[in-house]
Design a protein around this ligand. Sequence first.
Ligand code: OSB
Ligand code: MG
Length: 377
Amino acid sequence: MKRRIERVELRRIGLPLVAPFRTSFGSQTERDILLVRVELASDDGDLVEGWGECTALSEPSYSPEYVDGAQHVIEHHLLPRLFAAGPIEAADVGPTLSHMHGHPMAKAALEMAVLDAQLRANNQSFAEFLGAENTRIPVGVSVGIHDTIDDLLSTVQGYVDDGYVRIKLKIEPGSDIEHVAAVRDLIGANKPLQVDANTAYRRTDGSHLRRLDDYDLLLIEQPLPEEDIIGHARLADEVETPICLDESLVSAAGTADAIELGACEIANIKPGRVGGYLEAVRIHDLCVSKGVPVWCGGMLETGIGRAANAGLAALPGFTLPGDISASTRFYSQDIVTDPITIDDGHVTVPTTPGLGFEIDTTFLDSVTTGTEVIESD
Ligand code: OSB
Ligand code: MG
């Protein structure tokens, strides 16, 4: 059954990180997050609520989107079109907004809220909706760049003790080979290890990056700028370690091209980056058909996005551990009553109706920095 969007709440929250998180594009100490709460009404007047989380960061440092811009485009360009569309379901959100170029994270947050509401109304879990049968999924952790190798090793040891089944190290020129060598030495030959450069290298760095082949890495994530598909294809020929794309993949069509060109040996799927969970599923299906392994990336999500990512990663093509760490890896307290925890390196796939979380309204209110309400007329 399709439902009208009656009312939308755009809520901004501020959450401090338990420790600074440094990548090649900058250091973060807190998250300023946009949440979307929708109220959908059926023809008989029944109301159901749903929540979405926008993955845009405060600045356009990872992708062109940023949280103030996402809120602006939602209010002024996306919501008016969704209100005008009348009764819809999650699958209608993308097509309704397709004339608006870009802004995948803003679009994804809206689709996500509608999907959560629709699943709650249908008393269905996200994994059930997807037909995903895995009930527990192995997960890894993303480790920021550290100034000293000693500090890095003590952080990594903590995560190994927490049980994460694979470690991902953020790297950049000057903090790469030695850091990887020291961590490989610490964790031993059998623990899965991978690196993420967030576009910090150039085409001419092939012989340098080839040195990473000595450390038996699962993959090198996004070494080159996002537009440089041919550069990644050449690097894939030069380096033995598989090349994985993150920032470069913004749609199923673009992913198909990158695979065909030999630039994408493994895919990091982030629902926000590709415009929503439904496009994420299409990319998963494409990669399965092409024999390309996929894994679920993260954007320092709260319990809302973390629960949904765990549902997505229960699909069978997600054969590599995702960046779906416990909520406590980033936040001392989460805005949901049932935050993601890890048990023996695994996360339990949520089975409750909706995307799989309940909001802790008291805590949510205490970290809310602003609320904007938009009603359909
Ligand atoms: O490149 O995967 C990335 C966080 C913010 C922006 C980009 C990235 C990341 C991470 C953290 O690596 C993943 C997580 O949420 O655990
Ligand atoms: Mg990445």
